[in-house]
Design a protein. Sequence first.
Length: 748
Amino acid sequence: MAEETHLTLPITGMTCVNCAANLERAVKKMPGVQDVHVNFASEQATVTYVPSVTGVEEMIGAIEDAGFGAVRPDEDSGDDAEQLARDAEIRDQTRKFLVGVVFSAPLFLLSMGRDFGLLGPWSHGAWVNWMFLALATPVQFYTGWDYYVGGYKSLKNGSANMDVLVAMGSSVAYFYSLALLLYPLLGKHVYFETSAVIITLIKLGKMLESRTKGRTGGAIRKLMGLRPKTAAIVVDGEEQVIPLAAVKVGDLVLVRPGERIPVDGVVTEGESSVDESMLTGEPIPVDKGPEDNVIAGAVNGEGLLKFQAAKVGKDTALAQIIRLVQEAQGSKAPIQATADRVASFFVPGVLIIAFGTFILWWIMGGEFVPAMIRMVAVLVIACPCALGLATPTAIMAGTGKGAEKGVLFKNSEALEMAARLKIIVLDKTGTLTVGKPSVVDVRTAEGFMGDENDLLKMAASVEKGSEHPLGRAIVKEAVDRKIELVDPDNFKALRGHGVTARIEGQGLVRVGKPAWLRETGVAISPDGENQIESLEDQGKTLMVVSANDRFSGIIGLSDTLKPESAAVVEELHGEGLKVVMLTGDNARAAGVIARKAGIDEVVADVLPDEKEGKIQELQAKGEKVGMVGDGINDAPALARADVGLAIGTGTDVAIETGDVILQSGSLKGVPRAIRISRATMATIRQNLFWAFIYNIILIPVAAGALYSFSFLPGFLRELHPILAALAMAMSSITVVSNSLRLYRKKID
């Protein structure tokens, strides 16, 4: 199978959600393109393609052929190229808006003054209408030129977007007025001010929308701003300041107090406290010393640190976070599918309604002008922008808020699904507990030839080859006691059971769960069984040791509950969630931890390959299940769950598998993720409501549905196209502003 790669391209020139749909269709037609998502709110296209079949330049060519622009990726300038392109686009829109104001303001004032009899007889001279034409033309064909170009290219691609509506609505008023100038017998009242003010108001709305929309991407810019431009490295004992891009793995990097750490690395010299809050969401600085890891973007505290660069450029944790947030913001939430389906039929539907309105009022009233004005009002008020912005702007704000709080949603589907969870399943070791068990009991069996240290030496020698936390704890205890270990032969690990190896002088040694040793035929003495029961009742995890199938002793280990675990479980209960603990530990030890934490249900004695099945059993009851874990053995369960939440300090496999990454490694991120998700979904529902209700109510008003209600104000009975344009512009700004409220929402 050909290797696929992903590319995110900033897009310019989109005016509504239909533009995004047109662009998706155009790029999908290209050979080698597997998938494409265009986000109207973030103005980015995320493309999955086969590099051996097509390339970046070919895709940019297809984008430009479809009528849009793309910012070429430039590794040297980083993200500056995109920002420069955005700034240039905003300047262009601002310039066109100002031109619109300069010409349409006097046109509007003179036209209204004439209509209300405020200017005197001179204003009715034939030359005045020609002056109105001179004022309206720059607005129509300079300020409004983008709508003609966009509308043409949209129709050329086989669909219709907002540009078609604006171009048609303003053109009807402009060219009708021009026809009156050329053929005075048709009438005398021109509507140049209508076309000019419509275009100027819509341009104002797009300009404000672009600026407001840019604020929803504030989290990305904040993260990018964490990267310093330069780094100080030590070469042959001398300090050199070099560009960040020039830092290489293995370089010795120097960071002074108050400076940002430029790349990921391992401290070799110095001690300090480091503020990682922008990456983890946790405000308390973390103490760092030799052999501790430091991450790019964190702020060094009061000490001088020297560290060896371990990850640079796109491999740093900060770069990965930025990539994840960008991908999440560029993805489409399932709830957006409804809006996309509506938008695809929206513009054609509006065109039908507009022409139907024109024909109906012309037939009913017998007058061309009122029918035309109502048609124009329908065309300009029915903009699908608010509908297209409703979901993606909230997704951008929600994922950005999550990034600020140390909660990384890998995609918008996870952000949406987290709000629907009813059950949270927590792994025990490393998730609820500290994950660093220690040996607290060493008991030899009757008849064992040796003392505690001899038993510990035998067990630790076998566990030397193990990566399991319990095995490492046994080895650590032996090392702390200065016990000299021997190298094992024929080491084997049986996942979920224990380990075996041959030790010189002892034969085959097994170290594992009591039940496993019983299954292998090891006879545990009655006294040993009593001790096992007693120690398990105390909440301890037990490893039984045997040599040549003879019971040799028991090693008891204990793992402490994380300080925040009980409070987090209580928070989850407060959010209406049921909390289940899933563990491979024995039921009695798991029960002790569960009681301390306030867990609702315990599923114990679960083998690693059985965890996924337990998640399926819970899902079979019709509930949405979230799984929280940190280890390799949690990966299948994280993948199976409706939402997998991976502890950020866990293994790379767990992080890669999870849908949500809790950067701080703290369980506090779980309820935080739920609250961010629910707040985001509430915002999306509000946005969709206002976007739909706006069109449902105002399109009939523009069409004249309230005309017969004489008690209503005149501006509602006969909605002027200028008011329609203003309402359309404000609808998009309202939706985007509502999404921005997520940034101000207090979520702990």
